[in-house]
Write a protein that binds this ligand. Sequence first.
Ligand SMILES: Cc1cc2nc3c(=O)[nH]c(=O)nc-3n(C[C@H](O)[C@H](O)[C@H](O)COP(=O)(O)OP(=O)(O)OC[C@H]3O[C@@H](n4cnc5c(N)ncnc54)[C@H](O)[C@@H]3O)c2cc1C
Length: 411
Amino acid sequence: MSDARAIETRVCVVGGGPAGVVLGYLLTRAGYAVTVLEKHADFLRDFRGDTVHPSTMTVLDELGLLDDFLKRPHSQIVQLDAHMGSDTITVADFSHVPAKTKFLAIMPQWDFLNFLAEKGRAYAGFSLLMNTGATGIIRENGRVVGVRASSQNGELEIRADVVVGCDGRTSTLRAAAGITPRDLGAPMDVLWMQLSRRPADRNAALGFVGAGSFLILINRDKYWQCGFVIAKGSAGTVRARGLDAFRAELAATAPVIADRVNEIASWDDVKMLSVAVDRLDRWYLPGLLFIGDAAHAMSPVGGVGINLAIQDAVATANILADALQKPGPVDDAVLAAVPRQRTFPTVMTQTLQVVIQRSVITSVLLSTTPPKHAPLILRILTSIPGFRRIPAYIVGIGFRPEHASTRVRGS
Ligand SMILES: Cc1cc2nc3c(=O)[nH]c(=O)nc-3n(C[C@H](O)[C@H](O)[C@H](O)COP(=O)(O)OP(=O)(O)OC[C@H]3O[C@@H](n4cnc5c(N)ncnc54)[C@H](O)[C@@H]3O)c2cc1C
């Protein structure tokens, strides 16, 4: 007999990131008891997916949450510009996306998750256990029937009719289930840092191409969130060259921030994202389903990771809300419907990301001199206003966008 505390719920969601919190919210709103486990004590994390795209805001609108969401502090990005030598070209223009919100909203992920968790607590079935990390799965007769977890108050056994692994790209549940994702490869890592933003600075997301370097600046109102793209595995070499050389490299890549690179006081101000692009061939086992980064880690190209995770959660909630009307364990056929719905957008998005990584990012990282101009073909294409709407649509709306169809029954 285990002396772990036992909890019974209809759905156990492991991981309180965007996928887990949205799924928990939607299913409790539909009237089901859902327990969401989050191993951290809070949602505070630096430099996570903070880009909320029109596809996600459309879902928030369908749920009646958009007005409240937009009242929270955020910045809005309407276009993405690339600077190459003497050329500045607009590569994406969101002002025409077929959505109410024709911009990307940039909001710290912890604000977004706190917002959703607050809304979730309005429903009786919503149980969010912070500081509670899943440590393993409970299997009976070849089926996952729950998870083991560790919390400040001791060990827990959570039994559920279905377990959903939303525990991110290093998923504990995936390892416990013995499932390994297929690695699609990434040529780069990203060094993230903040530099102050001045009132006269432009209001756009900017990309700067330098000699063997690529710097992204995302408007965060008072500061720029800066992502410096480096060759995979080269963070050690960059550090070994020293902080002064790093600051000089940033300034040379994006002269507009040359006057403030000294704000980077030490390497503690620079956080490394090891980029991974992978996906599961099989997203479920009897009783256990994976969604979000746990099913497919996305490249940072397009900043779509959070939005795909949320789209997965919406599709999963739509499918499970119907199936859970029947008491007892959720059938495999129901779980299979989730990857059937979500594999297409995942594969399409990752394929485009991998093509851009191989064709554009790899050649930039291998270059030894800064470009004098943008490539002619890019200049011609992006001078056509209609063309800029295509990348904006793919990034902002994505392939096969989901719509929240779960009904409210949980208050
Ligand atoms: C540095 C960085 C920058 C990024 N920038 C962007 C961006 O600009 N735009 C964008 O769209 N995407 C970005 N991403 C990706 C984006 O954050 C993810 O795609 C998105 O958050 C995936 O959501 P998720 O809910 O599937 O997983 P996650 O956000 O990874 O959430 C998983 C959650 O599970 C919890 N957890 C893990 N293990 C356990 C366990 N055993 N028990 C309980 N809880 C557990 C974790 O603490 C975490 O809260 C970035 C990622 C990183 C790391």
